[in-house]
Design a protein around this ligand. Structure first.
Ligand code: NAD
Length: 368
């Protein structure tokens, strides 16, 4: 018999092509008039185009959003909020820019209109990670959940092919862990399976033709669903390892998720048969760990943490750190096996599993 709790995400979602033209309408709906627009330096051009559409309602642009939301950057952005009568924050960008919008919302309770341009999924969550003095802390509060998310497929066309692939697999990781989360529920499991199917189908098409608008639309749709998963259920070993690698060893976010995910799926496979069944359907393979490893290769991602600049001793250290505090995972946290998982991810080897062991014995090359 099933037993679960389900809570919907309150965010209003607008999805399509050219939808960023609707920011003004969304401001009307929220009854706000004075927007602070946020971006990274790289996306200044896109945010300036948005500002020119908003005319006098775009009060200021702050373009220094940075990975992992440093508090010093938020403090600087707050100077644009205070005294300027800002009544809404509009963020155009990936998880870094959205993180800055959330950090401002945490301090001010201002509403957020968010236009995501990667597949990271932060826009659907009540989670904010911030860094100060080299320490990353995470909080979860409804205060930072964006009020409105506008997905505009057009804004994703410029996402470089490499980052498209790793960002998409970063999103898939949210769906994977939702499938075996302690607080999983039937709606989120349906969403997660559909999310993996959509993204796994779209990412190789984007790698082959980055301006394929249908593929971009499928990927963004999948990323939205993955964000819903992340915003609705807890995470487990995969996100813990990536948090340690990003927070303490400064590894890049999406690339790290991509290198780790196949190995965690292999580690958890026997303890999460329902998740594996759904992933098998979504990926069209009876070995989802291997299928994810192949997918990473097909989108041109590095599958070795050593290629991301991690020392082998740091991989072992990260495994130890990820074991320091107890947390939910479908398979118990076994130190030796997790160290082995990290070593394989560090070296870029195929995830452990019967299928892969047979291939290795036969001396065949990895197929991708
Ligand atoms: P990002 O936002 O750091 O973007 C990476 C780079 O790509 C930036 O230079 C950005 O300007 C550029 N870029 C983004 N979209 C582009 C586009 N369409 N065209 C051209 N360039 C583009 O990367 P990310 O992976 O989206 O976000 C990572 C950050 O988000 C991390 O700090 C991570 O912790 C956080 N995150 C938070 C949550 C959450 O729920 N709180 C969820 C996922 C990620």
């Amino acid at each position: 018999m099933q037993s679960f709790i389900y809570k919907g995400i309150p965010t209003r979602v607008v999805f399509g092509s050219g939808t960023s033209a609707g920011v003004g309408d969304e401001m009307d709906r929220l009854s706000v008039e004075r927007a602070l627009l946020l971006s990274t330096p790289q996306q200044r051009g896109d945010v300036e185009r948005l500002a020119s559409r908003l005319g006098g309602r775009a009060i200021a642009i702050y373009d220094k959003a940075t990975m992992h939301t440093p508090v010093s950057i938020t403090d600087e952005a707050m100077q644009y909020v205070e005294g300027a009568g800002i009544d809404v924050v509009v963020a155009l960008g990936g998880g870094s820019t959205i993180g800055l919008a959330k950090a401002i919302a945490l301090r001010t309770d201002l509403p957020q209109i968010v236009l995501p341009t990667t597949y990271a999924g932060s826009e659907m969550t009540p989670i904010l990670g911030q860094t100060e003095h080299g320490l990353k802390t995470t909080i979860s509060t409804r205060k930072v959940q964006p009020e409105v998310v506008i997905y505009d497929v057009d804004l994703t066309l410029s996402l470089p092919p490499g980052l498209s692939g790793t960002s998409g697999i970063n999103a898939i990781a949210h769906a994977v862990e939702a499938l075996y989360a302690q607080d999983r529920n039937p709606i989120i499991s349906l969403i997660a399976e559909e999310a993996v199917r959509a993204l796994a189908g779209a990412l190789p098409r984007i790698a082959a033709a980055p301006d394929d608008r249908e593929a971009r639309s499928d990927a963004l749709y999948g990323a939205w669903l993955c964000g819903v998963c992340l915003g609705s259920t807890g995470v487990a070993l995969h996100h813990k390892l990536c948090h340690v690698l990003g927070g303490s060893f400064d590894l890049p976010h999406a690339e790290t998720h991509t290198a780790i995910l196949p190995h965690v799926v292999a580690y958890n496979a026997r303890a999460a048969p329902d998740a594996i069944e759904r992933l098998s359907r979504a990926l069209g393979s009876d070995d989802p760990a291997h299928a994810l490893w192949v997918l990473a290769g097909r989108v041109g991602a590095s599958r070795a943490l050593r290629d991301l600049g991690l020392a082998e001793t740091d991989a072992a250290q990260a495994a130890t750190m990820a074991l320091e505090n107890a947390y939910w995972n479908p398979r118990s946290l076994e130190a030796a096996a997790i160290r082995q998982l990290m070593r394989r991810a560090w070296a870029g080897e195929m995830p452990a599993g019967d299928h892969n062991l047979i291939l290795e014995k036969d001396g065949q090359d990895a197929q991708d």
